[in-house]
Design a protein around this ligand. Structure first.
Ligand code: PMP
Length: 439
């Protein structure tokens, strides 16, 4: 009997109940397992590197709430900070010292930012950054890249028009075509499209928004020459370079992906940075920031309006602050990066042993793997992956207690709680799961 037909399966019972009251049974689409099929696991609790579902089944968690849980679940110092903050009050709608402390802690590690505004989700942060870029430049158009996700604000839910490098069409119903018309969608890592877009529209472009290491088409790095050209063209045409580091910020390195590009490109810095996930440690918290001259365009100082009832929430800021303090300890990222590399190397050798085409990459505590012989450089290449094979691998791992993202276009995450033993158990599961692909 498969779990999907097993009437005693508590996950299935919850899924059926959920579907009656919540569209699709979930509050964010990818959780529904639509791409991979089967029943989503309803999680009852988490600790360290593990999560447990409603059947009491334990999984090694390589999703980590899609990135935030860099310390693993329930880290004692974070738990204590959150419990203390909750006792002092859930929300005041008035400023607190902890917001300053969190802002100072973020700015200390991200030198391209002089000021930061706290919000509650990555969507809100990206949407606000776009409004700020438009307000600060007095321009309307923006550039984004195919395969990059920046949350679900209207102007960003846009796919390329009749070919890439054209103004876009809405990806979602409910987005007016007129909103999508100002969004130019280009191919990631494609220098000639980038040049052509700025040559044609440079004086109208408010900003170029990019995931420097794209985690929403699995794991694809922007090449150094490509990023350098993004910076040069933005500067030359008076557009703002906006780094969406919701996923990569404090995840791939303490200074985010921008610290890696700054090592490779002289005087490199983005104009605006969007953060989320890790800076909230698992609580609803995100941020956007940049140089004073741009940030001072925001209300109450400037004409660009932006606000939030729960912004800078005292419990969320306590969680984020305690998380950032733990991860800024000496050697944290070296150890995390080493463990993540060990994971992908181990998976690679299991795939090789089974004769399965496989490629993988990682940076800090973020990784991606493909059932392709070589790492793809853009969305079209990522989508050449065979979905059916990925689904077999996904369920093969899940049944053996290893929980990776339920879609081939999502990145994975390792936390400081993932032990050598967890990795060894993962390799054992992978050995069996890869064999399913060769049958
Ligand atoms: N930007 C990036 C790069 C993301 O990965 C995400 C979410 N995965 C978002 C923005 C949106 O963040 P949120 O889900 O918190 O709205």
């Amino acid at each position: 009997m498969t779990p999907d037909t097993d009437r005693t399966d508590a996950n299935l019972a919850l899924f059926e109940r959920a579907r009656r009251v919540i569209p699709g049974g979930v509050n964010s689409p990818v959780r529904a397992f639509r791409a991979v099929g089967g029943t989503p696991r309803f999680i009852t609790r988490a600790e360290g590197a593990y999560i447990w579902d409603a059947n009491g089944q334990r999984y090694i968690d390589y999703i980590g709430s899609w990135g935030p849980m860099i310390l693993g679940h329930g880290h004692p110092a974070v738990l204590e900070a959150v419990q203390k903050a909750a006792r002092d009050g859930f929300s005041f709608g008035a400023p607190t010292e902890r917001e300053i402390e969190l802002a100072e802690e973020i700015l200390r590690h991200v030198p391209s930012m002089d000021m930061v505004r706290l919000v509650s989700s990555g969507t809100e942060a990206a949407m606000s950054a776009i409004r700020l870029a438009r307000g600060a430049t007095g321009r309307n158009k923006l550039v984004k890249f195919e395969g990059c996700y920046h949350g679900h604000a209207d102007a960003l839910l846009v796919k390329a028009g009749s070919g890439l490098a054209t103004f876009g069409h809405p990806t979602s119903a409910g987005v007016p075509a007129v909103v999508a018309q100002d969004t130019l969608v280009l191919e990631y890592n494609n220098l000639s499209q980038l040049e052509a877009a700025f040559a044609a529209h440079g004086s109208e472009i408010a900003c170029l928004m990019i995931e420097p290491i794209a985690g929403n088409m699995n794991f694809v790095r922007a090449s150094v020459p490509f990023m350098q050209r993004c910076r040069e063209l933005c500067t030359q045409h008076g557009a703002l370079l906006v780094f969406d580091e919701v996923m990569t910020g404090f995840r791939v390195a303490l200074g985010g992906a921008q610290s890696l590009y700054a090592q490779a490109i002289p005087d490199f810095a983005p104009d605006l940075t969007v953060l989320g996930k890790v800076i909230g440690g698992g609580m609803p918290l995100a941020a956007f920031g940049g140089r004073c001259a741009v940030m001072e365009q925001l209300a109450p100082l400037g004409p660009v309006y932006q606000a939030g009832t729960l912004s800078g929430n005292p419990v969320a800021t306590a969680c984020g602050l305690a998380t950032l303090r733990e991860i800024s300890r000496e050697g944290f990222y070296d150890a995390l990066a080493r463990q993540t590399r060990t994971l992908i190397e181990g998976l690679k050798s299991e795939a090789d042993a089974a004769g399965v085409a496989f490629s993988a990459d990682s940076e800090g505590g973020m990784f991606g793997f493909f059932l392709l012989p070589e790492l793809p450089q853009n969305y079209t290449a990522v989508m050449k992956s065979d979905g059916a094979r990925f689904n077999t691998l996904f369920h093969g791992l899940l049944e053996r207690g290893v929980y990776v993202a339920p879609a081939l276009y999502e990145a994975g995450f390792v936390s400081a709680a993932h032990s050598d033993e967890d990795l060894a158990r993962t390799f054992e599961a992978a050995r069996a799961a890869f064999r399913l692909l060769t049958k």
